[in-house]
Design a protein around this ligand. Sequence first.
Ligand code: 6PG
Length: 234
Amino acid sequence: MARDLAQVVVAPAERWVEEAASRIAGGLEASVLARGQASIALSGGETPRPVYQRLAAMTLPWSRIDVFFGDERAVPPEHPDSNYHMAVETLLDPAGVPMARRHRMPADAADRDAAARAYAAELPERFDLLVLGIGHDCHTASLFPGSTALNETTRRVVPSESPVPPIERLTITPPVIAASRARFVLARGRDKAGPVARALEGSDDATHCPAQLARAGVWLLDPDAAAGLTGTPE
Ligand code: 6PG
């Protein structure tokens, strides 16, 4: 069953943040140890906020870690809806990530398609770690159900549109998710139980449940987000 591709980790609610941050930190440290550097692509949304704050308090070789984004909204970097703004507040500034290691996805550029191409050229061949979330409609990054971006097999970053504001976005594409060395999907709360179950145990249908693209990953869930699963977690 497709669920077998996933490493499902269910952490008690009071341990979920620590578990998620520790595993991401461990992945970054292992990459730097193995290759002298690491790359991570961050998710936006609300779920990762406390995880990024906890990560900022950990001792990591940030001068050797490049921070990218899996998606971004077409808003300026200081806008409250900006994923970059959220990362600066919770992680990049508190952890002292050097400016040269911060790779904002410029979705607010006048020519979003050109910005997508330029950002794709900046990406490493493979992310060491890709942090993703999952939406109520089973989207991940800014790959929304039915999006033409889901059919992209060559471009690594493309414009996309969200069904809810902020509508205009940039997002990584399926090949980037597949090529990442490690995928971490963060989900907690009862409202994510349905999409998590669809993503991990539903019939293969990435067009209508794009989060299935991250099945071969570590799914860091609290008991509420795991409530819809029938299989036994780790
Ligand atoms: C974004 C995110 C998006 C997010 C999900 C879940 O730009 O919004 O990258 O993919 O992970 O929408 O969002 P929450 O964590 O807020 O539920």
